[in-house]
Design a protein around this ligand. Sequence first.
Ligand SMILES: C[S@@+](CC[C@H](N)C(=O)[O-])C[C@H]1O[C@@H](n2cnc3c(N)ncnc32)[C@H](O)[C@@H]1O
Ligand code: SF4
Length: 480
Amino acid sequence: MYINIGLNNLDYRYDVYQMFNIFYTFEEIKFNENDKLTFDVNISEDYLKISEDGKEYTYEINKEKNFKEELKKGIFIYLTDKLKDFYPWGTLVGIRPSKIALKLLNEGKSEEEVIKYFDDKYKASKEKAELCMEVARRENQYVNRDEKNIAIYVGMPFCPTRCTYCSFAANPIGAFKNAVEDYLDALDKEIEAIKKYVKEKSLTIETVYFGGGTPTAVNNEQFERVMNHIHSSFVKDNNIKEFTVECGRPDSITEEKLLSMKRYGVSRISINPQTMNDEVLLSIGRGHLSQDVIDKFNLARKLEFDNINMDIIIGLPNEGVDSVKKTVEEIKKLNPDSLTVHGMSIKRSSKLHENLVLKKTVKIAKQDELNQMYEMSKTLAKDLNMNPYYMYRQKNMVGNMENVGFSREGKECLYNMQMIEDSQTIIALGADAVSKVVYLNENKNRIERFANVKDVKGYIDRIDEMIERKMALLDTLYSL
Ligand SMILES: C[S@@+](CC[C@H](N)C(=O)[O-])C[C@H]1O[C@@H](n2cnc3c(N)ncnc32)[C@H](O)[C@@H]1O
Ligand code: SF4
């Protein structure tokens, strides 16, 4: 079954779809199908009418306000009242709501005025307006203003196992063991070419981020090899501000790999639980237990890593408030330096999409529970003395929520902020790595992207072509 919406003016199809999609995220929404209508939406200059089962709702459009925003608000109020679910972002579906807050603050609006604006225009809650303002203020202190400052991203497209919710380049290492050496050879080629380019153009590397997949999915020797090359090419003698390795999976971390990271000047690492509930960990295919998180975290602390991040996900399948309570308690004891809270996003290419949307074999918590779980993560961050410092939203997130990075003062991830704010060129190496050229001077705000091939074999086979095309794109900014 699907939601069949009758709509008299298809110019507003997307706006109407967006609002219904907040409330019916995992259902198919169609328009004007030759079938019984679930809702009949009628739009005119003066009003919006929604009929359902013979009952009619009318919302009068305020003509002094933006028509589309009014329309969305009318639908949002109707569905909130009908379903009694509370969606604190209101009608806001954009990726970076903090930009709206920043603009208003820069125009001289007071905090109260921003909160009122969020409510009036979007029906967004006071808490979300405050979150936007806090993130906007903090991010604004760090945002890059020099075109020649860049970030380097290196991707490792392997993982110990593939998690059911994931859509990243994450090939299970067991099945790909034979491809690793060839992959590292291709990556070496890319590293050499970019090292030369950065030098020739006198670019300043501010941060290096080694992510994936899972950088530590390979064996100790392979990891040492790639770390050595990254260090000698981008870190050594470059006076960079930050070098992150997103180890992520505790089952991929060894003492030898941590020592390699120490040797090559890594300043920040991630050890990600997602949840501290073993049953949930097993059901999402992570292949490690909560005790592994504790052990590897303690090992990293023993080796004097003083900036450790942890990622968690709110809205994991079959996870409720009690399970998140346990996660919160365990993380509090470990006391990391930053915490990234992701809202579960249901990616079409993931196993979870199949299980949740098509087969319906797993369940996600209801909206009021999701709201509670988010509140718990916020309280955890507060108890750990952390502030929100970057935020973004994605499509198809359960509960229509957000991803937020919290950190202690001075432990923020600079790379994440520049990346989310689109304020810095990122040269990205490895399979599925997406480079981004940000033109700050001419054509303010123009951004061009170049994605490396996602598939490992394709990446290895086409490495020369990718290097060439990436340089050609970079030249549009740096050859001037
Ligand atoms: C690209 S992953 C890499 C980290 C590492 N491989 C790991 O899993 O620990 C970065 C983070 O994105 C989050 N993530 C990945 N897929 C997600 C999804 N579908 N919905 C929400 N968060 C997701 C997880 O919290 C994960 O730690
Ligand atoms: S370990 Fe991380 S990157 Fe790999 S499959 Fe799981 S979430 Fe995706």
